[in-house]
Ligand binder design. Structure first.
Ligand code: FES
Length: 143
Protein backbone atom coordinates (compact mmCIF):
# COMPACT_ATOMS: atom_id res chain seq x y z
CA UNK A 1 0.00 0.00 0.00
CA UNK A 2 1.21 3.48 -0.85
CA UNK A 3 2.35 5.60 2.06
CA UNK A 4 -0.01 8.41 1.11
CA UNK A 5 -3.55 8.11 -0.22
CA UNK A 6 -4.47 9.41 -3.65
CA UNK A 7 -6.45 12.19 -2.00
CA UNK A 8 -3.46 13.30 0.05
CA UNK A 9 -1.31 13.37 -3.08
CA UNK A 10 -4.00 15.24 -4.99
CA UNK A 11 -4.43 17.93 -2.32
CA UNK A 12 -0.67 18.22 -1.96
CA UNK A 13 -0.06 18.58 -5.69
CA UNK A 14 -3.21 20.60 -6.47
CA UNK A 15 -4.03 22.38 -3.23
CA UNK A 16 -7.43 24.10 -3.15
CA UNK A 17 -7.92 27.64 -1.89
CA UNK A 18 -4.28 28.63 -1.67
CA UNK A 19 -3.59 32.30 -1.14
CA UNK A 20 -4.58 35.26 0.92
CA UNK A 21 -7.83 37.16 1.48
CA UNK A 22 -6.91 40.82 1.80
CA UNK A 23 -10.08 41.88 3.61
CA UNK A 24 -10.43 38.70 5.66
CA UNK A 25 -12.74 38.81 8.67
CA UNK A 26 -10.56 36.39 10.59
CA UNK A 27 -6.95 35.34 10.20
CA UNK A 28 -5.29 32.57 12.17
CA UNK A 29 -1.65 31.65 12.19
CA UNK A 30 -0.42 28.57 13.97
CA UNK A 31 2.83 26.73 14.11
CA UNK A 32 4.39 23.52 15.26
CA UNK A 33 7.42 24.37 17.35
CA UNK A 34 9.06 21.01 16.72
CA UNK A 35 9.07 20.94 12.93
CA UNK A 36 8.86 24.70 12.43
CA UNK A 37 5.95 24.47 10.00
CA UNK A 38 3.52 27.39 9.88
CA UNK A 39 -0.03 27.60 8.59
CA UNK A 40 -2.08 30.74 8.06
CA UNK A 41 -5.84 30.61 7.46
CA UNK A 42 -8.03 33.45 6.16
CA UNK A 43 -11.81 33.52 6.55
CA UNK A 44 -14.38 35.72 4.84
CA UNK A 45 -17.57 35.57 6.88
CA UNK A 46 -21.02 36.94 6.14
CA UNK A 47 -24.10 36.43 8.29
CA UNK A 48 -22.30 33.76 10.28
CA UNK A 49 -21.39 31.73 7.19
CA UNK A 50 -17.87 31.15 5.90
CA UNK A 51 -18.22 32.47 2.38
CA UNK A 52 -14.60 32.05 1.46
CA UNK A 53 -11.40 30.78 2.97
CA UNK A 54 -7.83 30.55 1.84
CA UNK A 55 -4.60 29.36 3.34
CA UNK A 56 -0.86 29.67 3.11
CA UNK A 57 1.20 26.87 4.54
CA UNK A 58 4.93 26.88 4.97
CA UNK A 59 5.29 23.24 5.72
CA UNK A 60 5.36 19.62 4.74
CA UNK A 61 3.19 17.95 2.12
CA UNK A 62 0.80 16.59 4.74
CA UNK A 63 0.36 20.07 6.21
CA UNK A 64 -0.45 21.41 2.76
CA UNK A 65 -2.89 18.58 1.99
CA UNK A 66 -4.64 18.91 5.35
CA UNK A 67 -4.96 22.70 5.07
CA UNK A 68 -6.37 22.31 1.58
CA UNK A 69 -8.92 19.74 2.74
CA UNK A 70 -9.81 21.82 5.81
CA UNK A 71 -10.71 24.80 3.60
CA UNK A 72 -12.92 22.54 1.49
CA UNK A 73 -14.66 21.19 4.57
CA UNK A 74 -15.48 24.55 6.15
CA UNK A 75 -16.36 26.62 3.09
CA UNK A 76 -20.07 27.42 3.09
CA UNK A 77 -20.45 26.22 6.68
CA UNK A 78 -21.59 28.11 9.76
CA UNK A 79 -18.75 29.51 11.85
CA UNK A 80 -19.80 27.32 14.80
CA UNK A 81 -19.67 24.25 12.57
CA UNK A 82 -16.13 25.13 11.48
CA UNK A 83 -15.15 25.14 15.14
CA UNK A 84 -16.29 21.52 15.32
CA UNK A 85 -13.84 20.49 12.61
CA UNK A 86 -11.43 18.00 14.10
CA UNK A 87 -8.11 16.91 12.73
CA UNK A 88 -9.53 13.38 12.61
CA UNK A 89 -12.29 14.56 10.28
CA UNK A 90 -9.70 16.13 7.99
CA UNK A 91 -7.62 12.95 8.02
CA UNK A 92 -10.68 10.81 7.27
CA UNK A 93 -11.64 13.07 4.37
CA UNK A 94 -8.16 12.50 2.98
CA UNK A 95 -8.47 8.72 3.37
CA UNK A 96 -5.87 8.69 6.12
CA UNK A 97 -2.36 9.80 6.93
CA UNK A 98 0.58 7.81 8.29
CA UNK A 99 0.55 7.89 12.08
CA UNK A 100 3.73 9.92 12.29
CA UNK A 101 2.14 12.63 10.12
CA UNK A 102 -1.03 13.01 12.16
CA UNK A 103 0.39 16.03 13.97
CA UNK A 104 0.34 17.88 10.63
CA UNK A 105 -3.45 17.59 10.55
CA UNK A 106 -3.60 19.13 14.01
CA UNK A 107 -2.17 22.32 12.51
CA UNK A 108 -5.13 22.49 10.10
CA UNK A 109 -7.66 22.17 12.91
CA UNK A 110 -5.81 24.78 14.97
CA UNK A 111 -5.48 27.22 12.05
CA UNK A 112 -9.25 27.18 11.51
CA UNK A 113 -9.85 27.70 15.22
CA UNK A 114 -7.30 30.53 15.42
CA UNK A 115 -8.98 32.28 12.48
CA UNK A 116 -12.42 31.95 14.10
CA UNK A 117 -11.02 33.27 17.38
CA UNK A 118 -9.60 36.27 15.53
CA UNK A 119 -13.02 36.85 13.96
CA UNK A 120 -14.70 36.66 17.38
CA UNK A 121 -12.11 39.01 18.91
CA UNK A 122 -12.39 41.58 16.12
CA UNK A 123 -16.18 41.61 16.31
CA UNK A 124 -16.55 41.61 20.07
CA UNK A 125 -18.29 38.22 20.03
CA UNK A 126 -17.98 36.50 23.39
CA UNK A 127 -16.87 32.89 23.59
CA UNK A 128 -15.73 30.23 25.98
CA UNK A 129 -11.88 30.47 26.11
CA UNK A 130 -11.82 26.70 26.64
CA UNK A 131 -12.70 26.33 22.96
CA UNK A 132 -9.31 27.67 22.01
CA UNK A 133 -7.10 26.46 24.84
CA UNK A 134 -5.13 24.02 22.69
CA UNK A 135 -4.52 26.37 19.78
CA UNK A 136 -0.83 27.19 19.35
CA UNK A 137 -1.16 30.52 17.64
CA UNK A 138 2.03 32.18 16.50
CA UNK A 139 1.56 35.15 18.79
CA UNK A 140 2.30 32.91 21.72
CA UNK A 141 5.12 30.77 20.40
CA UNK A 142 8.65 31.10 19.15
CA UNK A 143 8.00 29.64 15.69
FE1 FES B 1 5.48 19.89 10.35
FE2 FES B 1 4.03 18.23 8.88
S1 FES B 1 6.12 17.96 9.53
S2 FES B 1 3.38 20.00 9.92
Amino acid sequence: MALYSEKVMDHFQNPRNVGKIDDADGVGEVGNARCGDIMRMYLKIKDGIIEDCKFNTFGCGSAIATSSMATELIKGKKVEDALELSNQAVVEALDGLPAYKLHCSVLAEEAVKAAVKDYYDKNGISYDPELFKNVHDCESCEV
